[in-house]
Write a protein that binds this ligand. Structure first.
Ligand SMILES: Cc1cc2nc3c(=O)[nH]c(=O)nc-3n(C[C@H](O)[C@H](O)[C@H](O)COP(=O)(O)O)c2cc1C
Length: 398
């Protein structure tokens, strides 16, 4: 049985349901992770942990537990080892203290009735040596980023090409991180296989120029991800593992010559394993004009032409559980769910500024906008001080 109840339902049942029940508020399951609605908080790095230790703290427990009414929360990118950390200040998961810190976060989310899934990642080439103990970043091929680092404006070095032993080491690190996530009581795992980090660097042919078993054909480029999945399945079980893919995204200077074929192959492999869920993030240029390179500038085929109706392409390829993301409004998400194009919608920026987003949707309450200036680092401001709608109403009255 594939993991998502909605995708297995008879179409006529779906049609009848559509008229009476708003699909956002149906209970469902992400693989075997039960959810009270179909509204997911997307993974977002907010960098509120100590940048030296990367130990999750009480402030983070407060932030995540405020959002326990989402069907499930996906955490910030959590680095699996000291040389995989792109973001000083993220809550990582390779030391005992980090595991203990996360356990407090998870417990508080559970106490508030929520579900929480950790996003495991390795940054690959997207690291400055100063973030990873002076080491050189590693990657499938020695191709460096050309744009400087976001905060520090320092240039990225050309990464070291991973040999077979490096690959085996990183797979082991993912497995250890999964063991740690289990100790911290997470409900599941999402592997970050998008946005230009290590797994994505293997998947896409713009960054993978290898000539061994891990490069060249699509099955070869997918091998690393599939080996990571198989390895962590010994810890969590396939039904509690998800993958995030951004096949057409250009963030971190990424590109693939045939994203549709790549996705098609990956989804087949996920189906074979009865994977818990897959999250697909489209290329939404309107959101991030300043950091998304224009494909046209490079003389490449625009990703939007490669998969022109991104959300339409997916369901026909996959029987499992699908989360859709990027630039989705309440109305568009409702349509996507009603048309059965996905099973869940994930929200990023709305989740930052509306801790009670599901209630706001349900009651048609006004949404708050997120302040970009407080996305990363800092303390409470722009992190735990966004009010619920009801709190803001009673504040206005007093
Ligand atoms: C502050 C911020 C941090 C983010 N960090 C991550 C991250 O750690 N991992 C990830 O997969 N995506 C990350 N994203 C992307 C979001 O998950 C999401 O894909 C994006 O915001 C688009 O969804 P939205 O239109 O609902 O905001 C981040 C986005 C924002 C705004």
């Amino acid at each position: 049985m594939m993991g998502c109840s909605s995708s297995q339902q008879d179409v006529s049942i779906q049609q009848n349901k559509k008229s009476s029940i708003n699909p956002y508020f149906e209970s469902s399951s992400l693989g075997s992770i039960k959810t009270k609605n179909r509204i997911i908080m997307a993974g977002m790095s907010r960098l509120r942990a100590d940048p030296k230790t990367n130990i999750p703290n009480d402030l983070m427990a407060e932030y995540y537990s405020q959002r326990a009414s989402f069907g499930a929360i996906i955490t910030e990118s959590s680095a699996i080892s000291s040389n995989s950390n792109a973001f000083p200040g993220s809550g990582n998961i390779y030391t005992l203290e980090q595991v203990e810190g996360w356990k407090k976060v998870v417990d508080k989310v559970h106490q508030n009735g929520g579900k929480i899934i950790i996003q495991l990642f390795h940054c690959g080439r997207v690291a400055l040596p100063s973030f990873i103990g002076g080491e050189l970043p590693i990657a499938p091929s020695p191709i460096g980023l050309t744009t400087p680092h976001f905060f520090t404006k320092q240039s990225y070095p050309v990464p070291k090409e991973m040999n077979k032993q490096d690959i085996l080491n990183v797979i082991e690190q993912f497995k250890n991180a999964a063991i740690n996530a289990k100790k911290a009581n997470f409900d599941g795992i999402q592997l970050h296989a998008g946005n230009g980090y290590l797994i994505d660097q293997f998947l896409r042919d713009g960054t993978n120029k290898r000539t061994d078993d891990y490069g060249g054909s699509i099955p070869n480029r997918a091998r690393f991800l599939l080996e990571v999945i198989d390895s962590i399945s010994q810890v969590f079980g396939y039904d509690k593992i998800g993958v995030r893919l951004t096949p057409t995204g250009r963030y971190n200077e990424m590109y693939d010559s045939n994203p549709l074929e790549l996705v098609q192959y990956l989804l087949k492999q996920f189906e074979k394993r009865n994977l818990g869920f897959v999250e697909l993030k489209r290329h939404d240029k309107t959101n991030r004009k300043n950091i998304q390179q224009s494909a046209a500038d490079d003389g490449l085929v625009d990703p939007e032409l490669q998969m022109p109706n991104f959300f339409d392409s997916i369901r026909g390829l996959y029987k499992g559980c699908i989360i859709l993301n990027d630039g989705i409004t309440y109305e568009e998400g409702l349509k996507l769910l009603q048309q059965n194009k996905g099973d869940f919608i994930s929200f990023g920026r709305y989740a930052v500024s509306n801790p009670d987003l599901p209630q706001r949707f349900q009651n048609n309450w006004e949404l708050s906008d997120a302040d970009q200036n407080t996305f990363y680092r800092g303390g409470d401001k722009g992190y735990v001080d966004y009010l619920t709608y009801e709190q803001s109403q009673s504040k206005n009255k007093s």
